[in-house]
Design a protein around this ligand. Structure first.
Ligand code: HPA
Ligand code: MG
Length: 269
């Protein structure tokens, strides 16, 4: 049995110069034998057509992108020496989120939504995304209820991923049964968190599960499967801000920025 999923072309995992995304959103068919984590039970949607017609995987930021000079943006003074550049300005993030909210509404058809927010990095994205979904649904004169639950993974120390990854969150997610579930993650790199969560969520028998990822990072051996809604595809650089942290610092920064070596040393544990 084959399912429709957006997938990364293998080239994207290795390239150091340019971005190659293959058949994005263009109903790439992958057979269920490709991965043991096939999501053939994920999408029980009547609106996959709309998703398929979206040509872009998200805003693709190329490897050579140096970001904007910090002087051009309003950044907290206490972080000045700790940042290299503004990578994605806050306004751009917000505008992109409006587009993701529009796509989500197009797919779920203004039906009630159970949102599963992956803490801590996802809290701003989740909050802004849910607000935008509500606002757009309201201005279309539709009614939709949203409920947000929170889940947490601990897997990063300094800028390195650690092997032991465990879910900290509500033990009982039985409220997901029969519901449209949207998992909201700030960043997807190896895809480990996304896979683990999808497996976990599926055990509660939701009607449909979709994943929104603000950032998808091009890392070696990165996620083969893309989230259903992608904000930005970014190079393999450690970014902070907009709730993304480095040892709990920088969450209070509105822009997404690249941390400097000085910053890494200063906040190292
Ligand atoms: N920044 C913050 N947290 C992260 C990142 C990152 O670039 N990648 C994975 N977790
Ligand atoms: Mg973190």
């Amino acid at each position: 049995m084959c399912v429709k999923r957006k997938v990364f072309h293998e080239n994207i995992l290795n390239t150091s110069h340019s971005v190659y995304l293959c058949k994005m959103g263009g109903c790439t068919n992958i057979c269920s034998s490709l991965s043991k984590y096939q999501f053939n039970s994920r999408s029980h949607m009547s609106t996959d057509m709309a998703a398929d017609q979206r040509k872009e995987p998200g805003v693709v930021i190329k490897d050579g992108w140096a970001g904007y000079s910090l002087e051009l943006f309003n950044c907290p003074e206490h972080y000045r020496g700790d940042l290299e550049c503004v990578y994605i300005p806050h306004g751009v993030i917000m505008n992109r989120i409006e587009c993701l909210a529009r796509d989500i509404l197009e797919d779920i058809g203004h039906h009630d939504l159970m949102v599963l927010c992956v803490l801590k990095g996802g809290y701003k994205f989740c909050s802004d995304l849910v607000e935008s979904v509500k606002a757009q649904s309201c201005s279309a004169n539709r009614r939709l209820t949203t409920r947000v639950e929170f889940i947490r993974f601990k897997s990063y120390l300094n800028d390195q991923s650690t092997e032991d990854m465990h879910i900290i969150g509500p033990d009982d997610l039985s409220m997901l049964k029969g519901k449209n579930v949207l998992i909201v993650e700030a960043i997807v790199d190896t895809g480990k968190t996304m896979r683990a969560l999808l497996q976990h969520v599926e055990t509660f028998q939701p009607k449909m599960v979709k994943v929104a990822g603000l950032l998808v990072k091009r890392v070696p051996h990165g996620a083969v499967e893309l989230p259903d809604y992608v904000g930005f595809v970014i190079p393999n650089r450690f970014v902070v801000g907009y709730a993304l942290d480095y040892n709990e610092y920088f969450r209070d920064l509105n822009h997404i920025c690249v941390i400097s070596e000085t910053g890494k040393q200063k906040y190292k544990v």
